[in-house]
Structures are given as structure tokens and as C-alpha cells.
Design a protein around this ligand. Sequence first.
Ligand code: SAH
Length: 348
Amino acid sequence: MKVLDLIEKLNLENNLTKEEIVYLLTHMTEEEKAILFDYSLQTKRKYYGDTVYMRGLIEFTNYCMRNCKYCGIRAKQFDANRYRLTKDEILKCCDQGYWLGYRTFVLQGGEDPYYTDELLVDIISSIKKRWQDVAVTISIGERTMESYQAIKNAGADRYLLRHETANDDLYEAIHEDMSLSSRKECLNNLKAIGFQVGAGFMVGIPGQTPEILAEDLLFLKSLNPHMVGIGPFIPHAKTPLGGYKGGTVEDTLVMLALTRLMLPKVLLPSTTALGTLDNKGREKALKVGANVVMPNLSPTDVREKYELYQDKICTGDEAAHCRQCIEGRINSVGFHVDMGRGDYDSWR
Ligand code: SAH
């Protein structure tokens, strides 16, 4: 096998075998990596040109009943300072976001049973009623089919649920009382209901091998989601995985580029976790095929409390500041902001 032949094949066929992906991941030189990045950027440009979509992120609760071993807001992280936003507070964030030009709001939170279907339906339908030209994305973990359906009926357009890792054993090692099969079932349910669906994984999880990363890519290929969130694992001292090394920017960029070539039209965010590891991390991701950024719209007094990992950036900034800062960063690498809804098929 030759690395360059594999990159050519991936570019032409948008697929590789597990063995081929592992070979790429373990043999690629710096020069070959540059060629991979060139192809992934060209592919992004083919469908999306220089456009980067903006999504306003509202982190509305850091209460969580789960115990993901990497996450700083896990239930057993007793030092976390917990908060919940009321419906009015969420609507205020949207109001400010709409005024700043955002046309997608992403409501993300821990798995918090306080937000019943009834309350979520009220919040989502109020947003959709007040601003008819916005898309609403929900990211609140695993719920029942009925719950997902209620959220969809209320007007939610998209749902983000990273699979975290596509390897059963690794999945069980980094979660408590959770299984990859139920995560996958949720993703399938969300697709069946008609959401635009986002999956994704972390790079650099302790115990993750090139074989497992290949499984992540092949799982994504078979799921064929509309969106894929990929970020480096960043240790949080007050979690069971706090003593391990985190993922690197370089490895994350490779996985972003491979994902762009496996799923050419996918909406691929340049994540905050990348910006946390490297001041230019998000710009680097845009240069290898990412085409979405998610600036924060959460009220500044709760930002620090949504601490999934340590040293998260932008926790002190006003929403308007984030909007300007990100636009400057996007322009600095030759791309331009599109404030539209940016649905999956907008590349047509
Ligand atoms: N409760 C929701 C939202 C989770 S937070 C859900 O279950 O989908 C969003 C994402 O942050 C997670 O899917 C995970 O991939 C990421 N994350 C959590 N802790 C992290 C850490 N320590 N380092 C990097 N990413 C992390």
C-alpha cells in the first residue's frame, strides 16, 4: 500500500477500508498530510465555496444525571456550580443572537430531567413562533423516541448527539451505565423522525487506537449524518480521566480532513475545544475542511460553569464580542461568514 494512492482513492471514492484507514493513520508523512489537507479543503470548497456558517450556542443547563468519565459536568463532579436557564432567559439569549444576525440557535445541556418534554416543547415552540426564519438545534443527550418526536413536533430542526467513540469496549470504559448500542439507537431514532442529525467523536481518548479511529470513520460513513462534531479530548482534573494526556490539534485536524473526504457535503464544525488547545486551532480546522463555527450566546455569568473540560476559551466574553472575534478569525484565513440558517442541503 502507498499512502498517496490511498489519499487519491479516498478523494475519488469517498471511502476506504478499515485496514486502509489504519495504514494511512500510521504511515502518513508530513508531506503526505499536507496533500490530504489540500484535498479536504478542495472538497469543502467544491460544495460550500468560502462560506462558513455560524450557529449561536446556548448552554442552558449544566445539571446532568450521567457520569461520562471525561466530562466536567458529570453528576458526580460535586464541585461543579450548577445552573439552569429559565425559558425567559433562553429567549433573551435568542433575542440578542437574532439581533446579532444568528439564524441557528443550538440549545445544549447536560441530561437534565428538570427539562420535561412539556417544558422543552414550550421553549422550542416559543422560539420558532417568535423567529420564523431560524433553525433550532437541540443537544441534550439520550431521550426516548417519544421525547425526540415531541421535540421535533415542537419545531426543532436538528439534533446533535456525538457517538463519542464507535468502539464498544472503549465506550464502556469511559462511561458509567451507558452503552454504545443505546447511543446508536438514539441516532437511528433521530434520523427516522426526520431531524438533521449530528454525530461525532473525541480524538485522543485514553486507550484509543488507530483501529478505533478507523471504526469511528466507518461508523460515520454508514450513518451518513448531516453534521459531524469532532474535537480533541481535554482532561478535566476533577473527573476520572483527569490524569490522562489529552488529544492533539494535529491528530484532530487529520480526523477532520478524513471526515470531509468520507462525507464530502457534511456540516463540520471547527470546535471550541480546538481553539482551547491552540489559539489558532479553529482557523487551522477551517483550512482542512471545517465549515461551521459555534460562537457562544450563553449569558456571561454562567459561561464558566459549563466547564466540560478545563481552560475553555471565551468564558468571559459578551456574545457580541464572540461574534466579531470569530468573524475576524474566519476572514483571516480567507473565508467569509454566512449568517443564514445553513441547512444541510444549502450547498446545492
Ligand atoms: N449532554 C449532551 C451534550 C454533551 S456536551 C450529550 O450527551 O450529547 C457536548 C460534547 O462535549 C460531548 O458530546 C463530548 O464529546 C464533549 N466533551 C465532554 N467532555 C469533554 C472533554 N473533557 N474534552 C473534550 N470534549 C468533551
